[in-house]
Write a protein that binds this ligand. Structure first.
Ligand code: ZN
Ligand code: ZN
Ligand code: FE
Length: 763
């Protein structure tokens, strides 16, 4: 007796070869019916013996395709028979509720790579080869459901050979929406930047571009989510030239190497790091440099790591084929602006930087920078979550009451939309400091709302009144509920949700700057926190930041005010290089500013204290990118050191003074102790302080879990020490993994806090 069952599979099931997989299963078991994508997942309608149907359903969950992720399987049994004659894959149904996860962009798979380098294959050396298991996704999708007509591949009419593969359920390219070949698909063009964008007649643009790179030229390469500025990483002159033209003085460049073996020539690569390098998401992985090999200083000045990635598009594989040296592959943008993704825009904005453009005519619908990640204690710790990761949702242990839009912070902005148990944390938007970036923020939000069919009724935002993301949230002309979330509460909530924990924790937020509930700039904070609220237990003592934002760019200002705080005007007599080199005139102005309180906001930021110590050691008086002074302070620290500076905890444990630390550091410098040793003692001192405060909070509040968050914890030396020392004191320690510890994780935390407040009704 045949029966009929309908099965609805939800999760990451579209664009990942799910329908052909179901087709194969049904055919093998001689079941009849149909399978289709609808707006919530894959719908299977099946007729046959009930025991066969049971086996079929089991097999769906057991052997699902590699890129799929099943969240749920719902079924309705014993339906009226439809008397299907065979099993078919039918066109997508486009009505009803729209919601289905969208696949991330995926690096070229093994099968496609084999074909790419097989002279017998019809796609031999075709730079846009892809299949159901790999290729661009998120960056080419204009709308859902995921069908070729809704992607930028609609510009290309499939040839007969491609169409045959596309329509054959047993082919690896069945319904591979970006399917293409050299007859019908996108093509490359090589353009000479000095000749007003004129295309160079060249039948071998890849070979030509490769030769140009190896001869020291700067070539812009259009990739998956944007453009890269590329040059030979071992050609110091070319790297310098790229820096000068891009106005990027010191920020490390990312590198691309043809294989892990090449990466190993420059860096130490652990097993976990190798797994990240070769994962289909293909992030940039920050790796510890080998000390016995040199690479031009201009690649990554002043840091002890290099950011490496492996090729992820067929074009990359062709350009780096058998290349024994890395290429610089840095985002194709003018300093601080978002990465270019439209050809004309790139020519307009980047002609002064590049010598040549290697373009293709597949449009990028949504730009996505390379993701940046690293390994901490064997676990991934993402620092910039973008291509390959977004728009995959971050699953949370709790369910969001309502759809929320969280607008994030100002720097390293991301936004976050929620639905059920999913947080759709956006790709990296960038620093919301110019119109270009603001535009990609607002357009990004609209795009996510459209493709995930979300209509958020709740808007969460940072308390800083000057953040463009905050202004956006408050200016929205609708009836949404607005929920303001303190910056560091968002950091701690982000870490908790990242680790799927709930309830109260000891929250340690060590950060650059965030607006506090007292109107001052916080950043060295200890809380007792849950998703609902964060009670501030202790903080670094306030100190002035003369010049406000200028004090962030000029760490010498922080060093001077800390010295003044610790030693008074006497500090001017100190026989240390920082003081000897201090511009007395500038100091006089600064001194007047802090004494009269002119343009000198107060801060409790740990990031600013790192800046101060870095400058005090003579490392950096002015920074060229965010966090540079602290990064260089970490880089020089002596690794094997056991001595530390002691902070003073005052006011019943509520206020932490760094004066003693500054005084001890000065004494050491006067006694000829090396900056490497001073940096190490400072790092250990901060780690010890965190443990000491956590210890006190535990005694009083009976909490044993510590959540660590904020940009300062990108400092691995500090993070390692803190984790080790806390565990030695039997604490349970939670650090970031799936979501950045820096401000890229703020929107995710805002959404968690907003949700808790919605549930409690205390908004
Ligand atoms: Zn493939
Ligand atoms: Zn074709
Ligand atoms: Fe922050």
């Amino acid at each position: 007796m045949p029966t009929r069952t309908q099965i609805l599979v939800k999760g990451m099931v579209q664009g990942v070869g799910f329908r052909p997989f179901v087709f194969g299963l049904a055919r093998r078991r001689a079941l009849k019916g149909q399978v289709l994508n609808n707006h919530i997942g894959v719908l299977i309608d099946i007729e046959g013996e009930s025991s066969t149907i049971e086996h079929f359903i089991n097999e769906i969950t057991l052997n699902s395709p590699p890129l799929s992720l099943i969240e749920s399987v719902e079924r309705s049994d014993n339906l009226d028979l439809a008397h299907y004659q065979d099993f078919r894959i039918v066109e997508s149904a486009s009505s009803g509720e729209k919601f289905t996860p969208i696949s991330v962009d995926i690096a070229t798979c093994h099968d496609c790579l084999t074909e790419l380098f097989d002279p017998e294959d019809r796609r031999y050396r075709y730079p846009f080869i892809n299949c159901t298991n790999c290729g661009p996704r998120f960056t080419i999708i204009e709308d859902i459901p995921y069908d070729r007509e809704q992607t930028t591949m609609r510009d290309f009419e499939m040839c007969a050979a491609c169409r045959a593969e596309y329509e054959n359920p047993l082919d690896r390219r069945f319904h591979a929406e970006p399917i293409a070949c050299s007859t019908c698909g996108p093509q490359l063009s090589l353009i000479d930047a000095s000749r007003d964008g004129i295309e160079i007649e060249n039948l071998e643009p890849v070979d030509r571009a490769r030769r140009l790179l190896l001869s020291g030229r700067i070539v812009i390469i259009k990739g998956i989510g944007g453009f890269h500025l590329a040059c030979d990483a071992l050609n110091a002159e070319a790297v310098e030239r790229l820096r000068q033209r891009k106005y990027r003085e010191d920020k490390p460049f990312a590198l691309m190497a043809s294989s892990v073996e090449v990466v190993r020539e420059y860096c130490l690569v652990s097993e976990a790091e190798e797994a990240l390098l070769t994962s289909e998401r293909r992030p940039v992985v920050l790796l510890e440099r080998r000390t016995d090999v040199s690479i031009p200083e201009a690649v990554a000045p002043g840091v002890n790591t290099l950011g490496f990635m492996l090729p992820y598009s067929p074009l990359h594989y062709l350009i780096l084929e058998n290349l024994d040296r890395p290429l610089v592959m840095t985002s194709g943008n003018v300093s601080d602006e978002p990465v270019c993704y439209e050809d004309e825009d790139a020519i307009k904005r980047l002609s002064n930087i590049a010598d040549y453009f290697l373009f293709h005519n597949r449009r990028i619908h949504l730009r996505a920078d390379d993701s940046v990640t690293r390994v901490h204690e064997g676990r991934e710790m993402i620092l910039r979550r973008s291509r390959g990761y977004a728009p995959a949702s971050v699953k949370t242990a709790f369910k969001y009451e309502q759809q929320i839009l969280a607008c994030g912070a100002e720097l390293k902005n991301t936004f976050c939309l929620t639905r059920e148990n999913y947080a759709f944390l956006s790709h990296h938007i960038g620093d919301l400091e110019n119109l270009e970036t603001l535009r990609s923020f607002t357009e990004g939000i609209e795009h996510y709302k459209q493709i995930f069919h979300l209509q958020p009724e709740v808007i969460a935002y940072d308390l800083h009144p000057e953040y463009l993301s905050t202004k956006y949230a408050l200016a929205l002309d609708d009836a949404s509920t607005r929920i303001g979330v303190q910056h560091h509460h968002a950091h701690i909530a982000s870490c908790m949700a990242d680790n799927r924990i709930e309830g109260k924790v000891i929250g340690v937020a060590m950060d650059g700057l965030g607006f506090g509930t007292d109107g001052r700039m916080w950043g060295g904070e200890f809380f007792v926190a849950d998703f609902m609220e964060a009670e501030r237990i202790a903080h670094l003592d306030y100190i002035q930041m003369p010049g406000g934002a200028k004090a962030i760019r000029e760490p010498w200002r922080m060093a001077a005010v800390y010295l003044h705080r610790a030693l008074g005007d006497e500090f001017l007599n100190l026989n240390i290089p920082f003081v000897q080199n201090l511009d007395r005139c500038a100091w006089t102005t600064l001194r007047r500013m802090i004494l009269t309180g002119t343009n000198s906001p107060e801060t409790s930021s740990m990031g600013r204290l790192f800046d101060a110590v870095s400058s005090l050691l003579g490392l950096r008086n002015v920074v060229n990118y965010e966090g540079q002074a602290a990064i260089e302070l970490e880089a020089i620290a002596k690794r094997q050191s056991s001595q530390r500076y002691e902070f003073e905890i005052k006011d019943d444990g509520k206020v932490i003074s760094a004066e003693s630390v500054i005084r001890r550091a000065v004494e050491d410098l006067l006694n000829g102790v090396s900056p490497a040793e001073v940096s190490a003692k400072f790092h250990l001192g901060v780690a010890h302080l965190i443990c000491a405060v956590a210890h006190n909070v535990r005694a009083e509040h009976h909490l044993n879990r510590v959540a660590l968050s904020g940009g300062v914890f990108q400092n691995i030396l500090l993070l390692d020490n803190v984790c080790r020392m806390l565990r030695a004191d039997s604490f349970e320690v939670f650090t970031h993994s799936r979501v950045p510890t820096n401000d890229g994780g703020i929107s995710f935390g805002q959404a968690a806090v907003a949700n808790a407040r919605l549930i409690s009704g205390r908004i």
